[in-house]
Design a protein around this ligand. Structure first.
Ligand code: NAD
Ligand code: IPM
Ligand code: MN
Length: 357
């Protein structure tokens, strides 16, 4: 029996998780796999109820699970809490607690969504890249300090060890080897010592991957190149915060941030989550795009539950529904047939029908 821990979180989190659950039920039925799903609190709601954004029982359940599927955390209600009580801190503790250091963020533009991007079709046509983001180190986890309110000095430390860099760069090389064999290592080596060390390590490691071509790119240039010519990228490997920012940027190559899934892998249960947040501006309206979490569910079936055949089927079902012209509001444009603009749950239902049909 596979154990899946579900973490609905805040804002649109519960709305989109509902659709992922439909997909998991459908796959369980079709594959006859026994999947035990249990929901646990995380984020702002967990803070309100249990006084902590990652209650101990949630972390323990996640550590015992085969896979963890998280929707999103955060919201204005909790924005003035001190750092250690914020919903986002719960997510960071979960990533650390699972040692989920390798965050894989595939960026693929479905052919039917070429017109949904804010960029010209010829720029986003055939975009197929992967951002490998280091997830348990860097400035997110280095020493922090806030001096007195009056003085207004604050410190965040960007720190990496050789071991942390090596293990994520290895994921970058191995991923490139499975794909088009080009790795772009993104850093800020013209300014940061941590980036100069990162670059040295990539240079040392590349001798073990003679089949992979490597280039180094400064992060500011990368932000520009992603918009200018995204087709040049195959696998991008980078540190935690650069990867966070570049992946939100890259999501717009696919039409919407609501499309992007992710897998966070380490040596314990895999953690799967869409890259977007809790979208407080649309929460409760039933219009959020569930594709990001549904595609994250596909990654979960492939990477943690040994059901890659169903992962392929889920991705195909999403593609076909989009091909048929169905859209959630974030993907709709002037040329979208209004009768094909679906709510969150109607989109989930269509994808499930396609999957089982
Ligand atoms: P966001 O990703 O929540 O939203 C940015 C914009 O994208 C909003 O206009 C939103 O409506 C839209 N959007 C996001 N997901 C969508 C979806 N599935 N369908 C349609 N539209 C979607 O980022 P934000 O507004 O900067 O952050 C809101 C909160 O979410 C903050 O508290 C932040 O810390 C948190 N956050 C959480 C996660 C996570 O849980 N993994 C990730 C990012 C942000
Ligand atoms: C993401 C989010 C998180 C991050 C926040 C909510 C802590 O933006 O998953 O991309 O910065 O890692
Ligand atoms: Mn982010």
């Amino acid at each position: 029996m596979a154990k899946v821990v579900l973490l609905p979180g805040d804002g649109i989190g519960p709305e989109i998780l509902q659709e992922a659950k439909k997909v998991i039920h459908a796959v369980a039925k079709a594959s006859q796999a026994e999947i035990d799903m249990q929901e646990y609190p995380i984020g702002g709601g967990a803070f309100d109820e249990f006084g902590a954004p990652l209650p101990q029982h949630t972390l323990e359940a996640a550590q015992k699970a085969d896979a963890v599927l998280l929707a999103a955390v955060g919201g204005p209600k909790w924005d003035t809490l001190p750092g250690h009580q914020r919903p986002e801190k719960g997510l960071l503790e979960l990533r650390k607690g699972l040692n989920a250091y390798a965050n894989i963020r595939p960026v693929r533009c479905f052919s039917s969504l070429v017109g949904a991007s804010t960029l010209r079709a010829e720029v986003v046509n055939n975009v197929d890249l992967v951002i490998i983001r280091e997830l348990t180190g860097g400035v997110y986890f280095g020493e922090k300090k806030r001096w007195t309110e009056e003085q207004r000095f604050a410190l965040d430390t960007l720190i990496y060890s050789e071991e942390e860099v090596r293990r994520i760069v290895k994921v970058g090389f191995e991923t490139a080897r499975q794909r088009r064999k080009h790795l772009t290592s993104v850093d800020k080596a013209n300014v940061l010592d941590s980036s100069r060390m990162w670059r040295e390590i990539v240079e040392e490691m590349k001798v073990d991957y003679p089949d992979v071509t490597v280039s180094h790119m400064l992060v500011d240039n990368c932000a520009m190149q992603l918009i200018r010519n995204p087709g040049q990228f195959d696998v991008v490997v980078t540190e935690n915060m650069f990867g966070d920012i570049l992946s939100d940027e890259a999501s717009m190559l696919t039409g919407s941030i609501g499309m992007l899934p992710s897998a966070s892998l380490g040596d314990q249960a895999g953690l799967y989550e869409p890259i977007h947040g809790s979208a407080p501006d649309i929460a409760g309206k039933g219009i959020a795009n569930p594709c990001g979490i549904i595609l994250s569910t596909a990654m979960m079936f492939r990477n943690s539950l040994g059901l890659s055949e169903y992962a392929d089927k889920i991705e195909q079902a999403v593609n076909e529904i989009l091909e048929e012209g169905y859209r959630t509001a974030d993907l709709a444009g002037n040329d979208t047939d209004p009768s094909k603009i679906l709510s969150t749950s109607a989109m989930g239902d269509r994808i499930v029908q396609k999957l089982v049909g």
